[in-house]
Design a binder for this molecule. Structure first.
Ligand code: SF4
Length: 367
């Protein structure tokens, strides 16, 4: 007994048939793959599907927003689009009464930065050099446990139990993180985990047999670290490199904070304690990605257009409206002041609904 307080893991997956879609079929490839029965509740299966059903939604394929256009007062009047059809480049401005930017923390910041004009040469909402700063992601800490008997039924999605005991109140640390048993791994990711833990060799028959033997006897317990924010972790426009449609690409810079690495180590040690108490004969703590010191924004990006009440230290007001642009909103993880020690998707959903309810509740106008 190690006395952890535990809770189920909210996954935004249909556990029973819901909204015309099936319950999870418990396949073995949940993360990173399309759901074969549409049990996942992503924007594609929920809000976009509902919007399409109204007949008022258009989705433009092969098209990118190049810049947001404003008038002399800062009011947004439209968006410049660029696309490619069969190698033929086209450009068009689409007029808009309201614009919502929801492209994720890297691309939303990139679009605001790329939309500079005479009035705001450094990008929209960037009078105080805040757009793109405080980029966060999630460093992961955890442990891999090996048991004498098969313990993993390999039925997806996998996570069923978590503890939030280490998210806050850890001696000498700011923040911490949730840890949970992990998603059912694919064979190739199993190979990577076992290899990183030094439990199998790099190749050959012995490595193959090791994966086969250890896969059902392996359980990982891992979780995301609440990263300490830093203004130096940021998204900027690359001055020389452009994408296939001629738009400057995002350049990321910054470093993880020493506190992040210490929290990662703590989560790994506590996860190993959990696995040993559960009967693991081997429990090895490790961080993910291994040896990482750069911004961990490969997933769960957040924080580049932080909301706040002071235009000097934030990009938007508490309702996602970009300072100086009453009809331009950012509604995604970019608004997060900190990213927390859990997957941020439910917070992104909740914040989006909070903002939209306030907006629609005001009759579609401005508060
Ligand atoms: S495990 Fe994930 S991908 Fe597989 S059926 Fe369930 S929700 Fe869909």
């Amino acid at each position: 007994m190690i006395g952890l307080t535990t809770t189920p893991v909210p996954l935004a997956i249909n556990s029973t048939p819901y909204d015309g879609r099936a319950a999870c079929a418990r396949c073995r490839q949940c993360v990173g793959f399309a759901c074969p029965v549409e049990a996942k509740n992503g924007s594609d299966t929920t809000v976009l599907a509902r919007a399409a059903a109204t007949g008022n939604l258009s989705v433009l394929l092969g098209t990118r927003a190049e810049r947001i256009v404003t008038d002399a007062t800062g009011r947004v009047t439209g968006v410049d689009l660029v696309g490619d059809i069969g190698g033929s480049r086209w450009r068009r401005m689409v007029g808009a009464y309201d614009v919502v930017v929801a492209a994720g923390a890297i691309e939303s910041a990139r679009l605001l930065l790329a939309s500079g004009n005479e009035r705001e040469p450094n990008g929209l909402g960037n009078a105080h050099d805040q757009v793109g700063r405080h980029l966060q992601g999630h460093l992961y800490g955890g442990a891999i446990g090996i048991f004498a008997d098969a313990v993993n039924d390999l039925l997806g999605p996998g996570p069923a139990i978590s503890t939030h005991d280490f998210r806050h109140g850890n001696d000498g640390l700011v923040g911490g993180g949730m840890i949970a048993n992990e998603f059912v791994p694919t064979p190739v990711s199993t190979f990577g985990y076992l290899r990183q833990a030094g439990l199998i060799g790099p190749h050959g028959l012995a490595a193959k047999q090791g994966v086969r033997h250890l896969l059902p006897r392996m359980q990982r317990v891992v979780g995301p670290v609440q990263e300490v924010t830093s203004a130096d972790n940021r998204v900027r426009l690359d001055p020389t490199v452009t994408d296939s449609l001629g738009i400057p690409v995002a350049r990321l810079s910054g470093r993880l904070h020493p506190n992040d690495l210490a929290a990662m180590q703590l989560l790994g040690e506590r996860a190993a304690d959990w696995l040993r108490a559960s009967g693991a004969t081997t429990a090895i703590a490790y961080g993910f990605p291994p040896g990482n010191v750069a911004p961990s924004s490969g997933q769960h990006q957040a924080g580049t257009c932080r909301m706040g009440t002071d235009p000097a230290t934030s990009v938007t007001d508490p309702y996602g409206r970009v300072w100086g642009h009453p009809n331009l909103r950012v509604i995604d993880g970019s608004l997060h002041v900190t990213n927390g020690g859990v997957n941020p998707v439910l917070t992104i959903f909740a914040n989006a609904f909070r903002i939209m309810h306030t907006w629609v509740g005001s009759g579609g106008g401005y508060l």
